[in-house]
Design a protein around this ligand. Sequence first.
Ligand SMILES: [Zn+2]
Length: 278
Amino acid sequence: MQNIGNRKWRYLKKWIILIWLSLFLISVFTILNQLNKSDNTENNQNKKIQGNINSNTWKNSINSKLQPKIAKQTIIETNKIRDIKKPEYDFFTDLSITKYISNTIHFNDLQYEPEDLITLKWEHLINQKSNSKLRKIALENLENMANAFYDNFKTQIAVVSAYRDYNYQKWIESNKTSCIRDKFCAKAWYSEHQTWLAIDIFETSDSKSFLNNKQYKKYYDWLQENAYKYWFHNTYQKWIDIDWYNEEPWHWRYLWINLAKKLKENDESFWLYFSKNK
Ligand SMILES: [Zn+2]
């Protein structure tokens, strides 16, 4: 009976050890598994962080690729602004075709005289002072304008005045019967006629009598429509409050083609354009 009891006990002991070993192994396996899982989670988190870093790096690299473009655009925009502010034409050099002259702005060189001066002499043009001169480029275009004028009216353009020298301008300035100083007539060295680019056509004593003359009015209307094609512009057309001079429908000034055209299209006077773009 005792042997049977011992055998049963040994048998039971074996199972207890087996179960305990199994439990131990399961515990160890579970712990190892948990450790492995936490490692993976950490790795994944690291990967995510790395991913984010990579993604940020990518964004940064995109930004860094964009930045020069943005910087370039900014430069271009700044240049555009600078271009807008930069005068398109040279208003201040004496020799410039677009030299601006008013009662406050005169020539830099009071002895200014260009070399390309030619006496007005053309079949479709009357030079009333016979010795009046203009700069070559202005005269060539005046001749073309005179041809077109003749085709339209079958008459010559009468140039009453072109270049005026200092003494003559001084005489005009002091002749107060026909000239209100600083307003109606330019002072010496402040006259557009001294550019050697300006002419007076079919002049009368004042703008009213000029425009009331039916024939002159027709000429004026034609010139207003066509003179810009020959680079000429009626300088004083907006009256004294804007142009610093009274209206002078006879006074035409040779200008650069793009500027003469622009003024015509915008219905601006040279002074208006100059004051906005100088
Ligand atoms: Zn004039």
